[in-house]
Structure formats: C-alpha cells, structure tokens
Design a protein around this ligand. Structure first.
Ligand SMILES: [Zn+2]
Length: 369
C-alpha cells in the first residue's frame, strides 16, 4: 500500500499574527497575551508525531511556494498585492481578523504551496493520502479579503489546481473545523463540479454564515451543504452527521479527490469553540471518510490543517487523524481521553438530531456523479 505524505516546515511556525487575547487583538482594555492562532498548537503536533515515532511511518513532502498563477485562480490581484505590501512593511490587517506580520506573505505562499505539493503527491500516485500541517490556515479566506486568521484559501487552491491542472471532473471538500468554511463555500457556490460540505458550530464564526438554507446557487444548486450543529454537540452528533449526511453525500457525488479542511477546534477543551469532540471523534471521522474514499477515489485524501487552539489537545487530535490516514497506530494513548469520556454530553441529543434530519434531506439534491 502507498504511504501517507506529510507536509510540515519550520517556517510555518514563524508567521506572526501579533498579540491578542480570546479572539480579539490587544487594545486599550485587552491586555496583550498570546494570539489564539499561536504557532505552538501546530508545532506541538509535529513534536508529538516525532516522539511517538509516527514520522518514520510518513513520507515527508517538501513544500514549495504557490505561484502567482495559482493564487490568481482564486484571489484578486488587489488582495494579493495588499498582503504582499503589508508583509514587506511592518504588517497590518488584511481583512477581518487576518493579521499579516512582517514576512507573512512568503509564509502564506509556502502554506498554500505546501497544500498543493501534498495534493500533487496524492494525484501523482507517490502517496495514498497526505496531511499538510501548514500555517497560516485558509478556509475563511475569500477572493478579495483575509478573514479569521486565514490569508490565502489553501483548500480552494488545491481544488482549483486539481481541476485545472490535473483535469479532475469532481472534487469534494469536507470541512470539520468548528467554524464555517465560508471561504471555500464562496469559491464554489455555483460550481456543480465541487461538492463543499461544512460541519460547524451554529452561529460561531462567521456569525452570519453557514446556514442550512445556503445550498448552492445556479448550476451549483445542491452542491453545498452546511450542517450548523448546536453548541455542545459531541461524539454522537458528529458521528450521526457523518453517517446520515456527509458520507451519503460523498457516495452520491463520487468525487475523484476528497479534501478535508481539518480544523481541530471542535475539541472539548478548545478555547474558541463550544463543542465536545475528543481525539476518538476525529479518529472515527477520519476512518469514515477514508472508507468512502476507498470506494470512490482510490483512497485519495488531502487534509489541510485549519484551526485548533488548544495547545494541550490539538496534538492528540491531530495524531489520531494522521494515525488513521497512515494505518499505523503509534504507542501513544491519549492521556485526556478517559476523563473526557466520563464527562456528559457525548450522546446524540434530540435538538442535534433535528438539525441533522434537515441536513440529511439535502442529500438527494447533491449532483450525482
Ligand atoms: Zn476554526
């Protein structure tokens, strides 16, 4: 069996979003603290992969910077120039909570290009699937603005290039970040060749996005599914969502590549999400998506790292995803899992099932592949 690819690079951890606290930047009454999108969550995941011995079971893929042509397949020239100019100076704001630090432009190019390199390795048959442990993240970035800590749309660019350069007819994006994948949705809202699915906390960020009613437009009608789960949803709600909505939609659409926008901020101790997922939840979700990928697209999955803000827990959730992708279980036992399992709220509750029922009714509208 082909190996699993991993993209990671020290430079990803050097993107500096400045000082903040909670989700806000520091200000006259917000005492400066570490920014929530802190490099340590991702650095600690890479460190755990190393000490767990998992790196030896992965094939490292070297990232490269995304090219201007690739960026222009989604972003406007004016926006790209704005990020570049801010980055060459002292930095600044590139939209809504999308801080550019000095040198962030080059790092964002390497982040997008790392995801593209992962995808090229999967589509080129060098690896079966790949995890791009990149930073800054991408799923909130829109064509002409940065949003939510995201500068360039990493997953969007993977899909665009898979279609344009590799000639794929259908690609699906499964976004399980706790926040709505607004950037990815905006890129493909009218495109029947790209199925976008976002499973997120209802009315978190962006608060005005991600409703069930946004189901694609024009030729893309039916090819965008939002599942806005109520705050407090956990293992049971997530598994039910995948079993009754995400997996049937993927089976109906039959993509040639599945991109997972892998945010790990639906975890039970994430500081800016209010969900109850554990590493076991992420393990099960990965298994389920892999089972469909095996059926419809030779197991081809590219996971792009998105949010996830618990320094303690992101590494264990990420390890679970990567263990499943690679088929190699490290000796690491999630040290938090037993205690988290004893807490209440993991079972599917009626008000959560009601939302999943509504989302499941959208599956027959997905364009059949
Ligand atoms: Zn997020």
């Amino acid at each position: 069996m082909l190996p699993t690819g991993l993209v990671a690079h020290e430079r990803y951890f050097w993107h500096d979003p400045g000082r903040g606290a909670g989700f806000s930047t520091s200000s006259i009454y917000v005492q400066p603290d570490r920014h929530p999108e802190d490099p340590d969550t991702k650095r600690r995941l890479l460190a755990l992969l190393e000490v767990a011995g998992q790196l030896e079971h992965l094939t490292r893929i070297a990232p490269r910077p995304a090219t201007m042509d690739e960026l222009l397949s989604f972003h406007t020239p004016g926006y790209i120039e704005r990020v570049k100019t801010l980055s060459a100076g002292v930095g600044g704001e590139a939209g809504d909570s999308a801080t550019v630090g000095h040198g962030s432009y080059e790092i964002a190019l390497l982040s997008a290009g790392g995801c593209l390199a992962a995808s090229e390795a999967v589509l080129g048959g060098q690896v079966r699937n790949a995890y791009a442990l990149v930073r800054p993240p991408g799923h909130h970035a829109e064509a002409d603005t940065g949003r939510g800590y995201c500068l360039f749309g990493n997953a969007v660019l993977v899909v665009k290039q898979a279609r344009l350069r590799h000639g794929l007819a259908r690609v699906a994006v499964v976004d399980w970040d706790v926040h709505h994948g607004n950037g990815t949705e905006s890129a493909f809202i009218d495109d029947p060749s790209v199925l976008t699915i976002s499973v997120h906390q209802d009315q978190n960020y962006p608060v005005d996005a991600g409703s069930l009613a946004v189901n694609g437009t024009g030729a893309g009608l039916g090819a965008n599914i939002n599942i806005p789960l109520p705050a407090g949803s956990g293992h049971g709600a997530y598994l039910d969502t995948f079993d009754r909505v995400v997996l049937p939609a993927l089976r109906r659409f039959r993509p040639e590549l599945i991109v997972i926008a892998c945010g790990l901020d639906a975890s039970i101790i994430d500081p800016i999400g209010r969900m109850l997922c554990t590493s076991d939840t992420y393990r099960e979700l990965t298994r389920r998506v892999m089972a469909v990928a095996d059926e419809v697209c030779h197991g081809r999955i590219v996971a792009t790292h998105e949010g996830g803000y618990s320094n303690a827990y992101v590494p264990f959730c990420g390890l679970a995803v990567i263990e499943e992708l690679s088929g190699h279980r490290s000796p690491v036992v999630d040290p938090y899992l037993e205690e988290f399992r004893l807490m209440a709220g993991h079972d599917l509750l009626p008000h959560q099932a009601a939302v999943i029922d509504q989302a499941a009714a959208l599956v027959p509208r997905v364009p059949a592949g």
